[in-house]
Write a protein of this length. Structure first.
Length: 209
């Protein structure tokens, strides 16, 4: 083989090796991570939709106390948060510079995020922009909106090639979290409030029909 040909082949091999290494660095979602998150999102979707199905108008709007939310208000909060948090991941967190050196700070934090969010013994006030304001006129309209937003979240998880483990944003209570953990938070947040819906429905004064 001529020296020139050998040189060209060597150059191509180096370029291919560099490309493979680059892909390995940015393909941050393992098949296991992707599948785990999708299962969580699907299970949360099913539990939430089931929790609000078949309610009468009185049941939908019943408030256990003047300062507590109705099922309708909790459901609205879940739906607003879904789109807001996904938008934050895609447009804000992923717009920050990649910082792989921060991975060690949040390693092993996935389970802690889920546990903290689903613990109903710790209460927190929702920010104003996530509070319910009767955005949807009917339960069917809200359910459709939630399903569209959850589908968008799941589609992103299914197809993204974003380096979710290398971009970070602080949570006011949980500290630094990577973008993957923020999507975990979306799932855990809806699960938390689906439990709240169950609490409303278990109230002794909840309408029987």
């Amino acid at each position: 083989m001529h020296c020139k040909a050998r040189f060209v082949l060597a150059a191509v091999a180096i370029l291919l090796a560099t490309a493979v290494a680059s892909l390995a660095q940015t393909a941050t979602l393992t098949a296991e991570e992707r599948e785990s998150l999708l299962k969580s999102l699907q299970a949360g979707h099913d539990a939430f939709v089931q929790s609000i199905s078949g309610l009468s108008e009185k049941q939908w709007k019943f408030k256990p106390a003047p300062d507590r939310w109705s099922v309708a208000e909790v459901a609205e909060h879940i739906t607003i948060a879904e789109s807001t948090l996904l938008g934050m991941v895609q447009k804000q967190i992923m717009a920050t510079p990649a910082a792989p050196e921060k991975r060690a700070e949040v390693k092993g934090k996935d389970e802690a995020v889920v546990t903290a969010l689903e613990d109903r013994s710790h209460k927190a006030q929702a920010p104003e922009f996530l509070k319910p304001t009767n955005r949807w006129a009917t339960r069917d309209e809200l359910t459709k909106a939630f399903e569209e937003e959850r589908k968008a979240t799941m589609d992103y998880v299914k197809t993204t090639t974003d380096d979710l483990r290398d971009h970070f944003a602080p949570h006011p209570f949980l500290g630094p979290m990577d973008a993957y953990q923020w999507i975990l938070l979306i799932s855990a947040h809806s699960d938390r409030h689906t439990k709240q819906i169950a609490e409303v429905k278990a109230d002794k004064n909840f309408p029987k029909e």
